[in-house]
Write a protein that binds this ligand. Structure first.
Ligand code: SAH
Length: 441
């Protein structure tokens, strides 16, 4: 008898991507194999994102399509997982009718086998509890799908209270994975020739296990042979303390790129967002980080938060110019149910949000191109992960400073670190030439 097949569709952040790797690992353990297309699968899991309304709507559209598929194939199991499942819960089941068989939030992943068996037996299975033991899983359960880089979960949930953000509601309060399990997983990855790990948490720099904080964890990972690069995301500026910044300076395997979402450059908006820092404090931290090591900085910005005036927006633009970010992910504010911001007065009209987003992005294009042009002539080590999007003849990967670098070279470089000299720079990628004389492949 042929094995049952699964198909997972993922929206949203790296955390979601990795949750899907965990679900894939659990399903593999149950004897499932991956299907190439959704319509060939016996089980389809939608791993949803609730951070902005648009992402939420996308999953509803997809659910509608899958309901049609299920009409033709009544045995098909459909699971809605992730943050939309957690947020909309049972009310969603009513709205979406009989299409959804399994409903689990991010913390329901370890019990996926139980959910599948129950759904088969009684037609439906739901778990939306905020389980505190959701991080107590074995490293072998994860199917890492991004060789030679691996995402490693270190915690779940978020204790921050940002006025705009739905995540504390969807992922619950912080729980931390035991450091020993994290290290065990990374040693196994090193044995399997993984070269880079990225530690994941919604507020990763809140990590703790007894006395072990994120900086201690970085030190312990640093001593694992075979692991060449360490990243971690996402850090909250408020918790970016000296000790952690010194670890970034002192541990060469910790990559020279940090994602540090500022959200706004206006102090009054930062205050109503409840971010807990000012633009001055944020700048001081960036200055400290850049003092002794060349660190690229990425950030997230929300435009059109309730009450944001033209002056507030100008403050954001001036902060962007002053800091010179290497990359910005920018979003229009999206009101999320149950958040503090959803109740705030003075919404910014849609056309103003769009204009501000355009202004911000136009400014960043200029800054980003300039910063990338400065890298021409440099030798960068590239972790070669695949082929360039533009041309299958070119290899592609990320530099330590998180730039996409495309270059020509032999396929034997795939899965390795390759030295590349930068010869061209666009807004979103660099191009270069492989330096075989010092090559490591
Ligand atoms: N803890 C993570 C949050 C991940 S969400 C972090 O601090 O980065 C990723 C980004 O989405 C956030 O940084 C923010 O810029 C954006 N975002 C979150 N809620 C939003 C909302 N309601 N509207 C628009 N953008 C939002």
């Amino acid at each position: 008898m042929s094995r049952e097949k699964y198909f997972i569709e993922t929206w949203g952040c790296q955390m979601n991507l990795h949750d899907s790797e965990r679900m894939a690992g659990i399903l593999a353990g149950m004897g499932f194999e991956p299907a190439l297309r959704a319509d060939e699968a016996d089980l389809i899991l939608l791993n949803s994102c609730a951070v902005r309304d648009k992402a939420e709507q996308k999953v509803y559209t997809r659910l509608g399509e899958l309901r049609m598929l299920k009409r033709k194939r009544p045995d098909l199991l459909i699971g809605l997982c992730g943050c939309v499942a957690q947020l909309e819960g049972a009310s969603l089941l009513k709205k979406q009718g009989r299409g959804v068989d399994i409903l689990i939030g991010p913390r329901g992943i370890p019990d996926l086998p139980k959910r599948i068996r129950e759904a088969r037996r009684v037609g439906k299975s739901i778990d939306l509890s905020y389980r505190k033991d959701a991080v107590l899983y074995e490293p072998e359960e994860v199917l890492h799908g991004t060789f030679p880089k691996a995402f490693v979960n270190v915690m779940e949930g978020c204790n921050m209270n940002c006025a705009f953000c739905i995540i504390p509601r969807t992922r619950g309060r912080e729980i931390y994975r035991p450091a020993d399990k994290i290290l065990e997983e990374i040693r196994l990855l090193a044995n399997d020739r993984f070269l880079e790990v990225e530690l994941l948490g919604q507020t990763v720099n809140a990590y703790r296990d007894g006395k072990c904080r994120l900086s201690d964890l970085l030190e312990r990972i640093h001593s694992i042979d075979g692991i060449q690069r360490i990243r971690f995301t996402t850090s909250h500026p408020l918790l970016m303390n000296r000790r952690l910044m010194d670890s970034i300076r002192d541990l060469p395997k910790v990559c020279s790129y940090l994602h540090l979402p500022v959200q706004s450059g206006s102090n009054s908006i930062l205050k109503s967002m409840q971010r807990g820092y000012s633009r001055e404090v944020y700048r001081e931290k960036i200055d400290y980080l850049r003092k002794d090591r060349e660190i690229s900085i990425g950030t997230d910005i929300i435009v059109g938060f309730p009450g944001e005036s033209d002056r507030d927006h100008d403050d954001t633009l001036s902060l962007i110019s002053a800091i010179g970010f290497d990359i910005i992910y920018s979003f229009k504010f999206s009101s999320r149910p149950g958040t503090i911001a959803a109740e705030m007065p003075d919404p910014v009209p849609e056309n103003v949000k769009s204009r501000r987003l355009q202004e911000l992005q136009a400014l960043q294009v200029v800054i980003q191109r300039e910063r990338n042009l400065k890298l021409i002539g440099r030798n960068l080590e590239v972790l070669v992960t695949g082929r360039s999007r533009k041309s299958v003849e070119e290899l592609s990967g990320r530099s330590e400073c998180h730039r996409v670098v495309n270059f020509t070279g032999p396929d034997t470089l795939l899965g390795h670190l390759a030295p590349v000299v930068v010869q061209g720079a666009g807004v979103h990628h660099l191009s270069g030439k492989w330096l075989p004389e010092t090559g490591s492949a």
